[in-house]
Write a protein that binds this ligand. Structure first.
Ligand SMILES: Cc1cc2nc3c(=O)[nH]c(=O)nc-3n(C[C@H](O)[C@H](O)[C@H](O)COP(=O)(O)OP(=O)(O)OC[C@H]3O[C@@H](n4cnc5c(N)ncnc54)[C@H](O)[C@@H]3O)c2cc1C
Length: 94
């Protein structure tokens, strides 16, 4: 526990955070382990993931409102969804 004065010193706070003991007891169920949720809804974008109301603004990866047990494959999903806007911007067929 840091004193109020110690909280004013960024280095002391950083050191305390790095030394914070985290005791893992067990894994939580997968439904609770999904780290983030929400994002830009699919129904507001076209099939190249461009926001209909903001022509030229595309979404991919964590910007999207997808919720799934991606367990270890989020990067794959991010790269895959980035392909659509990339193709649209380079005018290449998808
Ligand atoms: C600790 C940790 C471990 C993970 N391990 C795995 C794993 O093992 N396997 C896996 O598949 N996935 C893993 N993930 C998830 C994966 O890293 C993310 O899903 C993925 O990196 C998201 O990619 P993204 O391009 O959508 O977003 P990000 O990688 O977050 O990229 C967004 C970028 O936008 C920049 N940015 C933000 N705001 C602005 C702004 N206003 N202007 C300009 N730039 C801005 C940010 O700086 C950042 O560089 C992990 C995530 C974390 C946090």
């Amino acid at each position: 526990m840091l004193s109020k004065e110690a909280f004013a010193d960024a280095e002391t706070v950083a050191r305390a955070i790095k030394a914070l003991p985290v005791r893992l007891l067990r894994a939580r169920p997968i439904e609770e382990a999904i780290s983030t949720a929400s994002g830009v809804p699919f129904e507001t974008m076209n099939d190249r993931l461009m926001i209909e109301r903001l022509p030229g603004v595309f979404c991919a990866g964590e910007m999207l409102d997808w919720e799934a047990p991606t367990g270890g494959y989020l990067l794959t999903g991010c790269f895959a969804t980035a392909r659509l806007p990339l193709r649209a911007c380079t005018s290449a067929p998808s």
